[in-house]
Design a protein around this ligand. Structure first.
Ligand SMILES: *Cc1c(COP(=O)(O)O)cnc(C)c1O
Length: 292
């Protein structure tokens, strides 16, 4: 498994010259074609703790297209752990490409019912001292601590750092990492997930920085999309050569595009958009949907 952190670049995109707003994209999608983006960062300190505790197996939860599952499989292998993924729903006849990749990285897949998944019921075989449990999506302070390292790879000055937010763990890490004169804008990819503010705050503790979550760009909910989003993804790629994924980064880029158009950001703002990867999830779209 070769992870190319050296490939991470900060690419300027030229979309709004007339508005005097500068936009750059921090390309975490270039780390690896499958294990790209923020997940590796979020896992790092969990795995280090598991090593200190002499655990043997990393156990986590996820769905059939989960970036977190495939990243956990690969990261566990790199750190010499066994890994197990507790997967939502019945075992399908044909595994998704995501789950096949995870299995390829040595992950044991364990399917549980949607009801049990909802309650995050840990099957008895994983309730022992050898197993180290990482929460769904890597949510928690350790995940944020790892995500705070993301900005070390950025080379551009910015006033606003913008990211997609699922659990809010990456966002909390970015908030930690910015200076007091900067602000983090999170675009929630879930519908009406108003717990997100609380979840970010609970990771941050008494850290006082400027941040804001915007809930208007979920396109129907998690992993849902509309034709307008797909059209935008293709146009954005045409204009910038930057591919996005429909679950997270396309919603981020769309939102920023729309917010800039509506003069949300002050004149002369410098925006850093975190491309948090996730491109492997696009395989779940019907063939021909995207031009890349
Ligand atoms: C998981 C993920 C996110 C969301 O990260 P959180 O820390 O859960 O908010 C954003 N982008 C991509 C590509 C992801 O895979």
């Amino acid at each position: 498994m070769q992870l190319a952190f050296d490939n991470i670049s900060t690419d300027p995109v030229h979309l709004f010259e007339e508005k005097d707003i500068k936009i750059s994209v921090l390309r975490l999608d270039k780390i690896h074609p499958v294990i790209s983006g923020n997940k590796w960062f979020k896992l790092r300190y969990y795995l280090e703790e598991a090593k200190e505790q002499r655990k043997k197996k990393i156990v986590t939860f996820g769905g059939a297209w989960s970036n977190h599952i495939v990243a956990t499989a690969a990261a566990s292998k790199t750190y010499d752990f066994l890994s197990a993924g507790i997967i939502r729903g019945e075992e399908p006849v044909q595994l998704s490409p995501t789950l096949l990749q995870a299995k390829d990285q040595g992950m044991q897949l364990h399917f549980i019912s949607r009801e049990d998944y909802h309650e995050k019921k840990l099957p008895p075989e994983f309730q022992n001292d050898e197993c180290y449990l990482v929460g769904e999506g890597g949510y928690g302070p350790k995940g944020a601590e790892g995500a705070a390292l993301i900005l070390k790879y950025n080379k551009e000055k910015f006033t606003h750092c913008c990211c997609a937010a699922g659990t809010g763990t990456m966002m909390a890490g970015l908030i930690r990492a910015i200076s007091p004169s900067q602000k983090v804008i999170g675009i929630s990819v879930l519908k009406n997930n108003y717990d997100l503010e609380k979840n970010v705050r609970s990771i941050l503790g008494d850290e006082r920085k400027e941040w804001q979550i915007i809930h208007d760009y979920h396109f129907g909910g998690y992993a849902k999309y509309k034709p307008a989003l797909i059209k935008f993804m293709n146009e954005f790629y045409g204009q910038t050569n930057i591919p996005s994924d429909f679950v997270y980064t396309a919603k981020l880029f769309f939102a920023i595009y729309d917010l800039v158009n509506n003069d949300f950001f002050p004149y002369k703002s410098k925006l850093l958009l975190v491309h948090s990867g996730g491109l492997q999830g696009n395989i779940s779209l019907p063939k021909g949907t995207l031009i890349y």
